[in-house]
Design a protein around this ligand. Structure first.
Ligand SMILES: *Cc1c(COP(=O)(O)O)cnc(C)c1O
Length: 415
């Protein structure tokens, strides 16, 4: 149970009841834990499902005498159940949920840093994280160096005496480059913290704490909730000292999710194993099919044997995920045309929901990145990113085939 080590009220009554069965005989399997961990039936009503505790405050029997909760910013039973369950899926004891993935990114950095500290971060990190690190944290005296973390020598060289935090995102967005988590952890010096943004894999396909990372964060908006109807985030660690700092930040800054969002995210997470298997099966089929087309010049998916880091993917991940990117041949406008024509794939940013999404990273997710930097990262107009959903694979491929075929003329323009 992620009881807040700082002593803020967190579930004790439910935690203890959940703890009884867990201590007696902990559930082993991932799918079982996603459904059961922290989610024992309510002792007072028998409610099978963790209720939505839609309350701001909790009535006390006497001053300071309560059932583990006093105010919902500091702790709420629905949120506690979510934090317990998700922490367990990463193999950890402590989780602090946030109102968005970005609030979680802020929680996983600001909690540990002060003015004068330095971050070494993956070169092609999520755009929102880049904006926070580049436009917000410097105002508080925290600087970031971006480096290609697949290059260990370059990463080592980027570490300064005041480096406090190494920020890893793997696979990266949208080109699905991998970073060797174990190898980066081996560069960590005493006092430095390795944080992994594990959003793209979810704990079903990658568990960074087992590879040596100190902290994991997720945008639960994506695979963990999985239904594109909640924005949320979480920071997870098994280190009690770091957990106390995050829990303090969560309460002090107050960017917490409401009970409705916590409930929906917990409900989504119950089927994480089932969904991830389907996402992967479909993504693998889409990637293999795209690779057979002459009008597609490149396919990026760690599950393809031709992916330059396929061996690392097999070693580090338990599956290859549901995001596939590819480049179309032809006019610069072809990718945009294509994205307009799909019907199974909605034209939208975000990823990780049950429905398939298509986007043009150069204009959508990375629209605000300066052109030169985009070119350097390989985010050019011919690039298409797919979040492959869990619809029937025949419909998914049929949809892509129709859209690609309908824009074939544009592919025939001499390069
Ligand atoms: C979406 C996302 C975030 C930000 O999460 P929000 O829930 O949108 O605030 C951070 N990291 C990655 C990798 C993401 O995909």
């Amino acid at each position: 149970m992620p009881t807040e080590p700082s002593g803020h009220s967190q579930s004790t009554s439910r935690a203890e009841s959940a703890g009884e069965s867990d201590v007696a005989r902990p559930f082993k399997g991932f799918a079982t834990r996603a459904i059961r961990k922290g989610q024992d039936p309510c002792r007072s009503t028998g409610s099978t499902i963790v209720p939505i505790y839609q309350t701001a405050t909790f009535t006390q029997e006497a001053v300071g005498v309560h059932k583990g909760f006093d105010y919902s910013r500091s702790g709420n039973p629905t949120r506690s159940a979510l934090e317990t369950a998700l922490a367990d899926l990463e193999g950890a004891r402590f989780g602090s949920a946030f109102g968005s993935g970005m609030a979680a990114v802020n929680g996983a950095t600001s909690s540990f840093l002060r003015a004068g500290d330095h971050i070494v971060a993956t070169r092609d990190i999520y755009g929102g994280t880049f904006r926070l690190f580049s436009d917000v944290l410097p105002r508080f005296g925290i600087e970031t160096t971006y480096v290609d973390m697949a290059d260990l020598a370059a990463t080592r060289a980027a570490i300064q005496p005041n480096t406090k935090l190494l920020w890893i995102e793997t696979p990266t967005n949208p080109l699905l480059t991998l970073i060797d988590i174990r190898a980066i952890c081996a560069l960590r010096r005493p006092g430095q913290i390795v944080v992994v943004d594990n959003t793209f894999c979810s704990p079903f396909f990658q568990r960074p704490l087992e590879l040596g990372a100190d902290v994991v964060m997720h945008s639960t908006t994506k695979y963990i909730n999985g239904h594109s109807d909640v924005v949320g985030g979480i920071v997870i660690t098994d280190n009690a000292d770091l957990a106390a700092q995050v829990a303090f930040h969560q309460n002090a800054v107050g960017a917490v999710p409401g009970p409705q969002d916590a409930f929906l995210t917990l409900r989504g997470a119950k089927t994480l194993a089932l969904r991830m298997r389907e996402h992967e099966r479909n993504a693998q089929a889409v990637a293999a099919w795209l690779a057979t087309r002459d009008d597609v010049s490149a396919v990026y998916y760690p599950g393809l044997p031709g992916h330059p880091q396929h061996e690392l993917a097999k070693r580090q991940m338990h599956g290859f995920g549901g995001v596939v990117s590819f480049r179309v041949r032809g006019e610069a406008t072809r990718a945009l045309e294509l994205a307009k024509l799909t019907r199974v794939f909605n034209l939208a940013t975000s990823l990780g929901g049950v429905e398939s999404l298509i986007c043009s990273p150069a204009t959508m997710t990375h629209g605000s990145v300066p052109l030169a930097k985009k070119a350097e990262l390989g985010i050019t107009p011919d690039l298409v990113r797919l979040s492959v959903g869990i619809e029937d694979i025949e419909d998914i491929i049929d949809d892509l085939e129709s859209a690609l075929d309908a824009t074939l003329e544009e592919a025939l323009v001499p390069a």
